[in-house]
Design a protein around this ligand. Structure first.
Ligand code: ADP
Ligand code: ZN
Length: 530
C-alpha cells in the first residue's frame, strides 16, 4: 500500500488515486489544491458533503512539512485521524481530552517532521505550550475548518476562533485555507476580514441540493404530523428529527418508538457511551430515525439519510440549511420537512432576550431569526429564497418545494392586520396592558372566556370584530405579521407589541399581503382534510 511519506512533491491527482482511491477531483477541488500547493491562500465555500477535506489534506501531503488543521469538532478528531491513518496518511491530534503519552508521541512526530496532518482545537492556540510546539516543527499550511465560527455575524460564533489571527502574524509565509459549508455574503466578508484573508482566492461552489424537497408546514400537533409524514412518505427510511430541547428529544423518541418507528435519542445530556452507541447504530443499521438536538450531525457522513425533519424552528437559515443538507448525500430524492408555529417565535425571542451575548451579537441573532421566519412565511419558491440567502440569485422556481408544488395563494390582509394591530394598540394605550396571541384572538373572535370577562375585554370596541377569520387563520396572521416585522413579541408570555412599521398599516399607508395555507401539502392523500 502507498503511504503518504513517499508522496511529498507528488502530483495531487496521483495522491488522490493512490492514497484516497478516487479517480477524479470533484467540483473545484483541483483548483483549490493547486492554489495551496503553489503557496497561495484560499477561502472555500462548499455545501456539506461537497468534499472540503481533500482540499487541505492533499496539499498537506504534497507540501513538505505538516498541515495544521484547526477544527472545533474535538469529539470527531479521533475519528478523522483514524480515517486518515487507515489510508496510510500520517496524522495526529492534540487536544484537551487526550492522554499524556499519546500527546507526547504526536508532538515528537510533529517535531521530527513525521506528520502530514496535525489537528488542533482552536482554544489550543491560546496556550503558550502549543505555540512553542508549533515553532519547533515545519508547517506546510494552516487549514481553518468551520471557518464561519470566527464570524460574530454568523450563526455559530465561537470566541476561541478570534485567536486564529495569531497564526498569520507568526507565520506570514505559510499558506492558509479557510473552509465552511455555511456562509452568507456578510459572513464570508467577516471571515475574510477577521482571518486576514481578504486577498485569498475565493472558491464558491453552488449550494443547491436539487434532490432535497423543502417543505414547511404550520405546527398543529407536531408528533402526529411527524408520524403521518413518516407513515405516508418515509416508512422504513433512515432520517434525522431535530428538536430544540433535550426533553423534547426524549419525549419524541419515546413517542416514535411507541408508534412502531425505530428511533434513538441523541443530545448532550446523554452519557458519552450512549451517544457513541446511538450514533454508530444510526450509521451502521438501516432505517433508524435519530431524534436529536443540533449537537448531532456535524461531520456525520451517512449517504442515505432520506429525510431531515425539524419539530422546532431553527435559529437561523444557515443552521437550517446545514442540518437539512445532511439528507440525500447520495443524490437520491430526500425530504427536508419543518413544522413551525407561533410558540416557536415566542420561545426564540425570549431566548435571545435573556441570552448573555452582547448587543451586537443579540442583534445578529435576532436578524438570523427574522430571516428564518421570512423563509417560513414566503409564498415564493423556498429554494430560490434559500439560495438567494447564500448569494446565489438565479431565481428560477425549483419545482421541488412545497410552494412550487402547491402554491399558496395570498390575499389582501390589510384590514385583518389593522384589526389585530389596533387591538394591540388599544390594550396598550387605554389600559396599559399587553397580551399574547391567544387572548388577542379570543377578543377578535368575540369569545367570552374567563380571562376575557375578568379583564373586561368584552367591553372593548374591538371585541368580536374579527369573525371573518378562523382561529387558525388568525394564528397564521400573527405569525406573518411577526415575520414581516409588523408586530414584536417579548417576555415569558409572548406578549405582542407594535413596531415602528406597524404605524404604516394603522394609518392605511401600507398594504399587507398574507399567505393562505394551501388546503393540503404535496404528496399527501386528499382524504386528509385541514
Ligand atoms: P465536506 O467536508 O465538504 O462535508 P467531505 O470532505 O467529508 O465533505 O467529503 C464528503 C464525501 O465525499 C466523503 O465521503 C469523501 O470521501 C467523498 N469525496 C470527496 N472528494 C471526492 C472525490 N474527488 N471523489 C469521490 N469522493 C470524494
Ligand atoms: Zn421551489
Amino acid at each position: 500500500m502507498a503511504t503518504s511519506a513517499e508522496m511529498v512533491g507528488a502530483e495531487p491527482i496521483e495522491v488522490l488515486r493512490r492514497l484516497f482511491g478516487y479517480d477524479t477531483f470533484r467540483n473545484q477541488q483541483a483548483e483549490i489544491i493547486e492554489q495551496l500547493v503553489s503557496g497561495g491562500d484560499a477561502l472555500v465555500l462548499m455545501p456539506t458533503g461537497g468534499g472540503k477535506s481533500l482540499c487541505y489534506q492533499i496539499p498537506a501531503i504534497v507540501r513538505p512539512g505538516t498541515g495544521v488543521v484547526i477544527s472545533p469538532l474535538i469529539a470527531l478528531m479521533q475519528d478523522q485521524v483514524d480515517a486518515m491513518r487507515a489510508l496510510g496518511v500520517r496524522a495526529g491530534f492534540v487536544n484537551s481530552t487526550q492522554e499524556w503519552g499519546e500527546r507526547r508521541d504526536t508532538e515528537t512526530a510533529f517535531v521530527d517532521g513525521e506528520l502530514d496532518l496535525l489537528y488542533l482545537a482552536p482554544e489550543a492556540l491560546g496556550s503558550a505550550n502549543t505555540m512553542r510546539l508549533l515553532e519547533r516543527g515545519r508547517i506546510s499550511l494552516f487549514a481553518i475548518d468551520e471557518a464561519h465560527c470566527v464570524a460574530q455575524w454568523g450563526h455559530d460564533f465561537r470566541p476561541d476562533y478570534l485567536g486564529l489571527s495569531v497564526l498569520h502574524e507568526r507565520w506570514p509565509e505559510v499558506p492558509r485555507i479557510a473552509l465552511t459549508a455555511t456562509a452568507t455574503t456578510a459572513t464570508r466578508d467577516e471571515i475574510a476580514t477577521r482571518l486576514n484573508l481578504t486577498d485569498a482566492k475565493r472558491f464558491v461552489a453552488s449550494f443547491d441540493r436539487p434532490n432535497i424537497q423543502y417543505r414547511i408546514v404550520p405546527k398543529k400537533s407536531p408528533t402526529n404530523q411527524l408520524l403521518e409524514f413518516l407513515r405516508t412518505e418515509h416508512k422504513d427510511d433512515a432520517g434525522i428529527v431535530y428538536c430544540l430541547s433535550r426533553a423534547s428529544v426524549e419525549r419524541t423518541a419515546e413517542q416514535l418508538v411507541a408508534n412502531g418507528v425505530p428511533a434513538l435519542p441523541y443530545h448532550a445530556g446523554l452519557d458519552a457511551r450512549t451517544r457513541a452507541d446511538n450514533q454508530s447504530r444510526f450509521l451502521r443499521e438501516d432505517g433508524l430515525v435519530m431524534v436529536a438536538t443540533i449537537a448531532f450531525g456535524m461531520g456525520i457522513d451517512k449517504p442515505d439519510v432520506r429525510f431531515v425533519a425539524h419539530l422546532d424552528l431553527p435559529k437561523s437559515v444557515e443552521g437550517y440549511y446545514q442540518e437539512t443538507g445532511r439528507a440525500g448525500r447520495d443524490g437520491l430524492p430526500s425530504t427536508a420537512w419543518l413544522a413551525y408555529g407561533l410558540q416557536d417565535v415566542v420561545q426564540q425571542r425570549k431566548m435571545i432576550e435573556t441570552s448573555d451575548a452582547d448587543r451586537t451579537r443579540r442583534r445578529a441573532l435576532s436578524q438570523h431569526l427574522d430571516a428564518m421566519l421570512a423563509l417560513c412565511e414566503t409564498v415564493e419558491c423556498r429554494r430560490v429564497q434559500l439560495l438567494a440567502y447564500f448569494g446565489e440569485a438565479d431565481g428560477q422556481p425549483c419545482g421541488n418545494c412545497d410552494t412550487c408544488l402547491s402554491p399558496p395563494s395570498s390575499f389582501d390582509g390589510t384590514v385583518a392586520a389593522q384589526k389585530l394591530l389596533s387591538t394591540v394598540l388599544r390594550l396598550d394605550r387605554e389600559r396599559n396592558q399587553r397580551f399574547g396571541a391567544g387572548q388577542l384572538i379570543d377578543i377578535l373572535l368575540g369569545r367570552q372566556t374567563d380571562k376575557v370577562t375578568r379583564f373586561n375585554h368584552d367591553k372593548l370596541t374591538v371585541f368580536g370584530i374579527g369573525t371573518e377569520l378562523s382561529e387558525a387563520e388568525w394564528r397564521g396572521a400573527v405569525r406573518q405579521l411577526l415575520a414581516q416585522g409588523l408586530l414584536a413579541v417579548e417576555g415569558d408570555y409572548g406578549t405582542l407589541s407594535l413596531t415602528e412599521a406597524s404605524r404604516g398599516v394603522l394609518s392605511k399607508e401600507r398594504q399587507v399581503m398574507l399567505r393562505r395555507e394551501p388546503p393540503k401539502t404535496p404528496r399527501q392523500s386528499s382524504s386528509r382534510g385541514t
